[in-house]
Design a protein around this ligand. Sequence first.
Ligand code: SF4
Length: 279
Amino acid sequence: MPLPSDFVFSQHNLQDYLDCPRRFQLRHLERMAWPAVQSEPILEQERHMQLGEQFHRLVQQHQLGLPVEILEESAGSDPNLQTWWQAYLRHPQTELPPLRKPEFTLAAQFAGFRLLAKYDLLAVDPGKRAVIVDWKTNRRRTPTARLRERVQTRLYPFLLALAGAQLNGGEAWQPDQIEMIYWFTAEPDNPQVFPYSEKQYRSDEKLLRAWIDAIVRSADQPMLMTADQEHQCPLCNYRSFCERGQRAGAWEDGDGDVTDEGDLSSIDFDFHEIEEIEF
Ligand code: SF4
């Protein structure tokens, strides 16, 4: 099936394409539902994802100015959520610019399609700097090298530089005014900071265009299955359809994440948060 002209590219579907073109095709073009258990034990996976969603909602409300006392009442008694929430409160991001935009969505035309990002938090000081913050509830801190490779680390600052003028008094942000911070509940005192630059912007522009062009060229034929079967297929819900195994991979050291697509109730599995499978 050719790529529909109104297709919207996001970090989630582009990451799927890089991990496995066939998964991208089945999930985002054909929208095939395939009722496989994605990982075991399923209840623990779902519970962790729900807690991640709750944590993001609490932080969003806090960034909007709701008092901590009121939020603590709604935080409930789950020990994991309490630990994450207390870690967040004990490690305030004091260096962030003053204007806060939690759960902010940006979209722009690029390479003939729409690019979209939903930011956990944009903190801006117009004319000076813009900081993208992403809250991660992984059980372990994601290694820097893996974070650097993620589509999210490229797309989020790129799109802010491309289309974020509304947050900068109508002027486009210069790439070197932008930085991205990943903050981890697992290591709240050790966030990962990625400064952005003109050079990186040019490189990301080229890469994003190349990925989109490749998808457009191959969308009307069966896309390739990943060569990295060992890491990608055990946790993919299409594995029985692809005849790449029946049993789900183990969840025990893994994690889920909230995606950037749809609202906060749209949670999905992030294959790069699975710690037990080394990439
Ligand atoms: S099972 Fe493997 S080959 Fe099939 S879509 Fe999933 S990751 Fe790709």
